[in-house]
Write a protein that binds this ligand. Sequence first.
Ligand code: AMP
Ligand code: MG
Length: 412
Amino acid sequence: MISVEEALETILANFRPLGLEKINILDTRGRVIGEDIFAPRNIPSANNSAMDGYAVRYADTKGATKDNPLKLRIIEDIPAGKVALKKIKKGEAARIMTGAVIPEGADAVVRQEDSLKEGRTVVIYIAAGKADNIRFAGEDVRKGELVVKKGSALRPADIGMLAALGKAFVSVYQKPRVAIMSTGDELVDIETEPPAGKIVNSNSYSLAAQVLECGAIPVMLGISKDKKTDLQETFKTALHADLIISSGGVSVGDFDFVKNVMGEIGNAMHFWQVAMRPGKPLAFGSIEGVPLFGLPGNPVSAMVSFEQFVRPSLLKMQGHTKIFRQTVKAICNEDFKKQAGFRHFIRAVVKREKSGYVAATTGDQGSGILKSMVTANGLIVMGENETAIKKGTEVTVQLLDDSLSCSESLQL
Ligand code: AMP
Ligand code: MG
C-alpha cells in the first residue's frame, strides 16, 4: 500500500494548469492571473497636489510666519480634473484642489489651513519647502514597471491596480468543471424521506462545497446504483468534465465496482488504497483521459481524502502554486492512541491562546461521524509509526479553514 506522499506525487504528476480565459476584472478575485502586467502609463500621470490649498513658487513664501505673513496674487482656480491655463510667475499663486495637476512654474503647495483667502489675494502664514504637498508623476507606478506578476492569485488591491492601469480584462486560468457522483443502492436524494435501510446522499453536497471552496465548478451527477452498467453510464456522462469525483464503491464489499469499472472503460488506474485513516480505499485513475478520484463512501473519509488529494489537484489546475493547507504546531490537551501502520488525520479543534496554539480532538473519530468534521477546524496529523499522543505534547495540525485568521474581538 502506498503512503500519502507517494499517492500525492502520483496524483500531482497527472495535473497541469488548465488553459487561460480573458475575463472582466470584476470576476477575477481569487483567480490566478496568467500574464505579467506591465504598467502602460505612469500613476499618477502628472505631478499633482496632495492638498487643497495654493500652488506657489516656494521661493516666494520664504520667511512667511504667522506673525509675518506675506501675500500672493491668485491668478487662477484649478479644480481636480482641470488643467491650468496660466503659468505661475513671481508673486503669484493658483487656488488648487487635491489631485489637480500642478501648474507650470509652481514647485510647492501651501495648505489651505496655512493660508487665508482675501478676494483674489492669499495670505500665506507658513513658508513652503520645495516640493511640499506635491505628488510626483510615477511615484506610485512607473511606466513599464511589472505591477502584477503572472501566477499571483488576485486580491482586491491587485484588481484596483489593474483598474488604475485601464486593464478591464485580463487572462486567468480556467476553473475546472468537476463532475460529482455518489454510488450506493442505499442512497436516496435529499428531497426524499429515507425509508428503512436507506440514507440521504450527503457526500455529493459536502464534496460540491469543497469543490466550490477550491474555486472550481461542481457538476452534480446524482446517485449511481451499485451496478456496473449504471456506473459505466454515469461515468460516460461525466466525460465532458475536467475531473470526476465519485464516492463509495471503492472498498472490498461485494458491490464495490468503481475500481473494476475504472479498470475496464479504456483506462488507467494509477493506484488503489493509501496508508491513511480515514480514507484508505482511495482509487485514482482516469477514464478516457479524464482524471478520476474514486473516494471512499464514508462521509468523513470522502472529505478528508478530498482535502489531502483533490484540493491540491484542483488548485494546481487553476495555476495556484500554494496548493497545500497550512499547518501549525499546537499543544494537544488530551491523550490519544492509535495503531501503527497508517497516517491518521484526527479531527480537532485548534485555538490560539496566549501561550500558543492548543488542540483537542472532536471526540468519536469514526469515519461515519460527520459531526466530527462539522465541529473541526483542523486535522491532527499522526505519523505511520506513532502510536500515542501524550497530553501536553506538541502535535502538527493541518488547518481546514481560515478560522484562525479571524477573531470575534478586535485584535490590535
Ligand atoms: P462504501 O464505501 O460504498 O461501502 O460506503 C461506505 C459507507 O459510507 C456506506 O455504508 C454509507 O453509510 C456511507 N456512504 C456512502 N456513500 C454515501 C453518500 N453519498 N452519502 C452519505 N453516506 C454515504
Ligand atoms: Mg457503497
